[in-house]
Structure formats: structure tokens, C-alpha cells
Design a protein around this ligand. Structure first.
Ligand SMILES: [Zn+2]
Length: 305
């Protein structure tokens, strides 16, 4: 049996096909299409057409708000308002399709095979162009009404601060997303971390400022959810320990109220850019009652970009 996991973002769409033993048998990355879900579905299907065996089921990790009752998806960065994308993809692929939010999908993958296996209380923070959040509470995904919770990027961390496309002022993601960092540095995230490793004092100061901003938001999240583990994912999370160690120090320095309860464990996500599509594969397997058991974890991790 083969399961497709499809990570649908505003810029790219990454698809992974796995068998029921968690072996990746096919991967495809295509450019995204805004405002035309039928065209996007056709492009995704074309991207998967190089795989010749029938796909049993597919799971979408999709940007935006995924209403799991109505099966309609609203995603600003895809220019979708209540699009029945699960049904559109079922027609395009000819198999059953299920969907969840992309950050929820990434957390699901990390909780099955990545950074937070066996954890019951997790905050997963996706630090990319924007900031997304997904949470495990009592071992179950926290969803909010109609699966609209977790929009931590639009939590206000600076009252009356920088304007955000959402209409708010001072949203967390205006201060702690990768775009906020690269805007200041004038170089991509990867380059910032390379220069930090080389000891460039300017970039170290910039990273420290960034971590300070990040921890303002994290402090609020930790106070509300009381996670045992905080997983930092997305483009910036992939920097790993160089980021995570600074976050630990900053949280201990600037969150004096937290030591009353134990400080959560801060860790980097493990699945990198595979998390969303791998989470989609797991969702697909669950949907048809064939939970995927990954037999060779090393082979899976090698497939990361
Ligand atoms: Zn906002």
C-alpha cells in the first residue's frame, strides 16, 4: 500500500509517498499556485504521476484554516476562501483524501517519529515566513473551535507595534519570523547562522535580539499551555542547537515566574522540511485504518533536504 503526504504551502508544494512500513518511495516538489485550486490540484497530480503504483490514500498538510467538519479550507497565502480542496484532490488523485493544518501535520509527524515521540504536552512552534503553532494537550491535538486555534503568529507581543497584514499591530510574527530576521540582516537565514558560527559579532547581536523577541512570545505560550516540551521547527528551527541553547538561556534569564513550575524542555524539530508531508502520510494511513510504522528511521531522516 502507498500513502501520499502533501504539504501545501503558498510558495511550494512538497509531496512524499510512503509504504505502510514508512519507507519513502517517491518525492516531488512543485511551485504553488495562488487563487486557482483546480490548477494546483492538477499540478500536484502531475507531480505525482511519475509514481506508477496506485495511491491508497492521501493526507494534506495545508496552509490556512482547515475545517474538519465542513472539509472547507481558507488560506490567505493561497488566496482561498472556503475551498473544498479535499474533494478537489480526491477527484485529481482518485483516492480518499484527508486534510489538516500544515503546522498540525508537522507536529503529528514529530510526535510519531521525530522530536516529541511519547510526549503528552507539547508546543510546536514553526518559525518560517510567518509563525505557526500547534499543541498537544493530554496527548491530543488542541484545535480550538472549528480547528482555528494555534494562530500564535498574530498574538500581540508589542502593543501598538508594527502593522501586520492581518490588520493587527505588533503581532509576534512581525518580530520573530524568519522574514523579520532576514529583513534586518539583509542575508538569508542559513547565512546568518553560518556567520554566527564563524563568530561575526554583528550577526551574533542580531541573533540575540531575535531570540529575545522570540522568547517574549514563548513565555506567553509556556504560561498558557504549560508544555513539557517546546519543539522549534520551520526554517529557523532547523538551525538546531545554536538557536535552542540561546532560547533556553534567555527563558531562564527573562522568565522569572517560570522556575516556580519546571522549565519545559526546548528542542529542535528533527524532520526538517519533511515534517508536513510525512505528517500527511500518517494522516492518510490513519484515515484508512492502516497506521504507518516507520521501520528505518535513519533512511527517513536522510530524505530531508
Ligand atoms: Zn498579525
Amino acid at each position: 500500500m502507498f500513502f501520499a503526504g502533501i504539504d501545501v504551502g503558498g510558495t511550494t508544494v512538497k509531496s512524499t509517498i510512503m509504504n505502510e512500513f514508512g519507507r519513502i518511495v517517491y518525492q516531488s516538489t512543485i511551485g504553488s499556485v495562488k487563487g486557482d485550486p483546480d490548477q494546483l490540484a492538477a499540478n500536484i497530480a502531475a507531480g505525482l504521476s511519475g509514481f506508477r503504483s496506485p495511491i491508497t490514500a492521501a493526507g494534506l498538510s495545508c496552509a490556512g484554516k482547515v475545517n474538519r467538519e465542513t472539509r472547507l479550507i481558507t488560506a490567505t497565502n493561497l488566496k482561498w476562501l472556503e475551498v473544498p480542496f479535499e474533494a478537489i484532490m480526491e477527484d485529481a488523485l482518485g483516492c480518499p483524501v484527508t486534510a489538516d493544518n500544515d503546522v498540525a501535520g508537522a507536529l503529528y509527524a514529530e510526535s510519531r517519529v521525530g522530536a516529541c515521540v511519547g510526549e503528552q504536552y507539547v508546543a510546536y512552534i514553526s518559525l518560517g515566513t510567518g509563525i505557526g503553532g500547534a499543541f498537544l494537550v493530554d496527548g491530543k491535538p488542541f484545535r480550538g473551535y472549528n480547528n482555528t486555534g494555534g494562530e500564535i503568529g498574530h498574538m500581540i507581543t508589542h502593543a501598538g507595534g508594527k502593522p501586520c497584514p492581518c490588520g493587527g499591530k505588533g503581532c509576534f510574527e512581525q518580530y520573530a519570523s524568519s522574514s523579520s530576521m532576514t529583513r534586518r540582516a539583509g542575508v538569508p537565514v542559513r547565512e546568518i547562522f553560518r556567520q554566527v558560527r564563524n563568530g561575526n559579532p554583528e550577526m551574533i547581536a542580531l541573533l540575540d535580539d531575535y531570540v529575545h523577541e522570540l522568547c517574549i512570545g514563548l513565555a506567553g505560550i509556556v504560561h498558557i499551555f504549560g508544555p513539557h516540551m517546546v519543539v522549534l521547527g520551520g526554517g529557523i528551527g532547523s538551525a538546531g542547537e545554536i538557536l535552542v541553547s540561546r532560547v533556553r538561556e534567555e527563558m531562564e534569564r527573562n522568565c522569572p515566574s517560570l522556575p516556580h513550575s519546571p522549565m519545559p524542555l526546548f528542542v529542535a524539530a528533527q524532520l526538517g522540511n519533511l515534517a508536513g508531508s510525512v505528517g500527511g502520510c500518517f494522516l492518510a494511513g490513519d484515515m484508512v485504518g492502516v497506521p504507518i510504522h516507520v521501520e528505518d528511521m535513519d533512511a527517513l531522516l536522510k530524505a530531508r533536504a
